[in-house]
Design a protein around this ligand. Structure first.
Ligand code: AHR
Length: 522
């Protein structure tokens, strides 16, 4: 009996120590960056933002008013403008969201003290003061250097209202509406490069069947005319809710068989990462199970885009119509103590990883996905920026958008690799996610995300069609799984310098657990 006991004991020691030893060894991955096969341009518009009249997204987050003690330019807070300028926001979608289909633009023009107070029934039923209207929005996007993406009211508005709003904004001739715009301080016609024809017409935007919406689309697309001939308008139709293909089929079929009198340039897709509905996943204080589950869900964006793109390809093989993912991001349980209708949530390193994964998916579909808008820019859902009175903090998601600036309008370069796996409980994820691109100056950039929050990852990169001795850039890591930036500790999650050297003709990059790293090849 003794030898058997000894053997069992020895086996159990082995069973305990072997996995532990394996865990101590840094996992590795090999990637090949093939610069000889450049792909599509990664449109800078995929880094777009969304600013709805919702909670503290616009009021307090952007607009504090000209009398505010918070430093501002014509009522728009300077700190937020400076932060957004730094991430080169290409476009801002406004005024909603669900709010857009109850917004009546005339209430938001003219002297501030004459503007009527209305209600915001979608988002807490609070008073909408209408002090931030068309002129203030146009001033805001001009201050940050972004293009306006305006959504017209199809749900509770009329074609006449939408048509007159467009005339008010874009007419170059002295029509009565253009003169009213001039009297309100802006003689020059505005450019409206992007126009959304309604929002979520399948839901808060009117509960329309696909065919009912198509009937509206034809009318609004025709009559919401752009009169500013120096600056054309691209029109974006309501499209699918997640994986539902009804709108994709109906809108694309209508477009394919359309007559000359109407047109569109884009089809919108909305898909949030929620962990279930209603959202119950905490934004902070979560464990590895919720970390892994949420990232697994967000990777579903790949399948959604592939599915809708395949339908679009059947009607539009030349990819004239862009798939515009104009609402995406994490939608988590509201911050405890906040108004549940204000959709306030903290933003952790998990959000940073989630953002990188989605941006990478959009980049891989750059030929079809030419615009996207994360929800939302300030103080709402997966925000770039949180404010509290005069205080402002940049979130981990902000830092990802900052690190990804070089990818704006860069040319996609394919990367092949075996991502390996990271598993927790019953969830298995790829361990690694990589994209590469060449910018206008010929510099090649890599973004590498290590999804595994428990282990670093050593990546060796073989380069085809280019040479590099080193890579330099930034890495975003966090001390804890759920680290956030707060007003008291604003730099807990902040990019740090990163370098990698070549060895035996390959670059060797050491990625921290749960990290996003962006480097240029030197
Ligand atoms: O972003 C919050 C809301 O989510 C938007 O108003 C709506 O379009 C979507 O359902």
């Amino acid at each position: 009996m003794r030898p058997i006991l000894f053997t069992l004991a020895a086996a159990s020691v082995l069973a305990l120590t072997v996995p532990a030893m394996a865990k101590d060894k840094t996992p590795t991955a090999s990637i090949t960056v093939d610069a000889t096969k450049p792909g599509a341009k990664i449109d800078r518009n995929i880094f777009g933002q969304f600013a709805e009249h919702l909670g503290y997204g616009v009021y307090e987050g952007v607009w504090v008013g000209t009398d505010s003690a918070i430093p501002n330019t014509r009522g728009i807070r300077n700190d937020v403008v400076a932060a957004l300028k730094a991430i080169k926001v290409p476009n801002v979608r406004w005024p909603g969201g669900c709010f857009a289909d109850e917004y009546h633009w005339r209430k938001g023009i003219g002297p501030a003290n004459k503007r009527p107070a209305t209600l915001n029934p979608n988002w807490g039923g609070v008073i909408e003061p209408n002090t931030f209207g068309t002129h203030e929005f146009m001033d805001f996007v001009a201050q940050i250097g972004a293009d306006p993406y305006v959504s017209v009211n199809v749900g509770s508005g009329t074609p006449q209202e939408a048509s007159e709003w467009m005339e008010y904004m874009t007419a170059t001739q002295p029509t009565a509406l253009a003169q009213e715009r001039a009297a309100n301080g802006h003689p020059d016609a505005y450019a409206v490069p992007y126009l959304g024809i309604g929002n979520e017409a399948w839901g808060c935007g009117g509960s329309m069947t696909p065919d009912d919406y198509v009937a509206q689309l034809k009318i609004y697309s025709r009559y919401a005319r752009n009169y500013n001939t120096k600056s054309p308008t691209k029109k974006i139709a309501v499209g699918p809710d997640g994986g539902d293909t009804g709108y994709t089929e109906a809108v694309m079929k209508a477009w394919k068989t359309k007559v000359w009198a109407w047109d569109i340039d884009g089809l919108s897709l909305h898909s949030y990462t929620t962990g279930g509905w209603p959202p119950s996943y905490a934004a902070t204080g979560f464990g590895e199970t919720q970390y892994a589950k949420l990232l697994k869900e967000t990777l579903g964006m790949e399948g959604l885009i592939a599915k809708h793109s395949a339908i679009m390809d059947t009607y539009d093989p030349d990819k004239k119509i862009a798939l515009v993912v104009d609402e995406w991001g994490s939608w988590l349980a509201p911050t405890p103590g906040s108004h549940s209708g204000f959709l306030a949530q903290q933003n952790s390193q998990r959000d940073a990883v989630l953002a990188a994964l989605n941006l990478n998916i959009f980049a891989r579909h750059a030929d079809r996905v030419r615009m996207a808008n994360i929800a939302q820019m300030v103080n709402v859902l997966q925000a770039m920026i949180l404010t509290d009175g005069a205080k402002m903090v940049l979130t981990p998601t902000y830092h990802v958008f900052h690190m990804y600036v070089p990818f704006q309008d860069a040319t996609f370069i394919p990367v092949t690799y075996d991502a390996g796996t990271y598993s927790h409980d019953d969830v298995t994820l790829p361990r690694l996610d990589v994209i590469a691109a060449k910018d206008k100056d010929g510099k090649v950039w890599l973004s590498l995300t290590n999804l595994d929050p428990t282990q670093p990852l050593e990546v060796d990169a073989a380069l085809l069609g280019l040479k590099a001795k080193a890579a330099t850039g930034q890495t975003l890591t966090a001390p804890k799984l759920d680290s956030v930036n707060s007003f008291d500790a604003p730099s807990t999650v902040a990019p740090k310098a990163f370098t990698a050297k070549a060895k035996d003709g390959k670059l060797v990059l050491k990625l921290a657990p749960e990290s996003v790293t962006v480097v240029s090849l030197d």
